[in-house]
Write a protein that binds this ligand. Sequence first.
Ligand SMILES: [Cu+2]
Length: 383
Amino acid sequence: MYRHKMVFVVSLVVSFWLASIVPATAVPVLSEVFTDSSDASTLADPLRVRRNEKDLDGAGQQLFVDAIKAMKAAPAKGDGTMATNRYDEFVLAHSTAQAEAHDTSAFLPWHRKLLWEFETEVRQLAPKFANFTIPYWDWTKDPFPSFLGPNGTPPSFTVTDGPFKAGQWKTLETGPDNGTNDLNRHFNDIGKLMTDGPGGATMALAQTTFTDFTFLAEAGTGLHNDAHVRVGGHLSRVSSGIDDPVFWMLHDYVDLLWLRWELGKGSLSSYEVSGGGPELTDNLANFGDPASKIGFMNTVNNKVADQLNPFDTAKLGYTYEFSGQVLAIPEPCSLALFGSGTIVLIGFALKKRARGKRLGRVAKAPLVPDSHEGRIQFACLFG
Ligand SMILES: [Cu+2]
């Protein structure tokens, strides 16, 4: 009995010693891990922070509009046979990747890559875009980002007001309703996204496998496909989706959902091939393709595996502000914490066994430890 007591005391001393030399690590026991908004800018490698379009002030809204128009004014990077400006090459990057970028496991990583390339190119266009990030449209809370203009005007459903109205914006593809290169929107039950959205997003975030999550994020009620179709017009077709600049905000929200899922039920490395999609080590369609006629032949980090962790500053390096806080990388489990937690557990087990013997019965070591350290450890391993 004395020996057991000694082991327990020694284990406590050792664990306190370990805890004192290793700073206590925050363990991701919550489904989403937040830090204070100010943290992102104080990191050694500052992350780009993407924000809700609802939180943009007038200058922020104007910067987004200017960025879209600057890409339209920028020269093509391909051989010029398919498009004559950079924006339209992004329209084509999306439409010509159709077989892979939708209805397969590439859906999320392919669009994450597309958004990152677009955002990065905008930043290089002019000094005022140096800190540009793509805002997201949370359609579960906001029917439509109205600073991008209104619905199209019947009967042609051409957009006749706002920064992308006819005469100020030329689409690459013709609109399904108006048959012209003026922006076409045809709102269809658009407010319903607000009632369907939260349920859809909540259900998607509750999925435990990548396959189930990506399926719902893309095609679940009130989610990606619905948002495209309910805005209608150019946005309702893959071939012309990017012709409506709200595309970027829509997909930014999908990407935010993916990151929230990664920090919750999944991980920053979760991926499964489905629907004939690419392997982790495959290049995403159009990117890093030497035969690209639309200017994506020299992109880097083109593999699926490169898209999984937005916090990786060597590859992506961005995060989101969501509900007033910045999504942050979960801190890794500390090895020392693991060690000290284990020693404390052994100590508790031995102490309990000794007590059991003293009482004349066999007490089993608890499977689920009741010590604070034990809970942290199990959350760390399995949380
Ligand atoms: Cu889409």
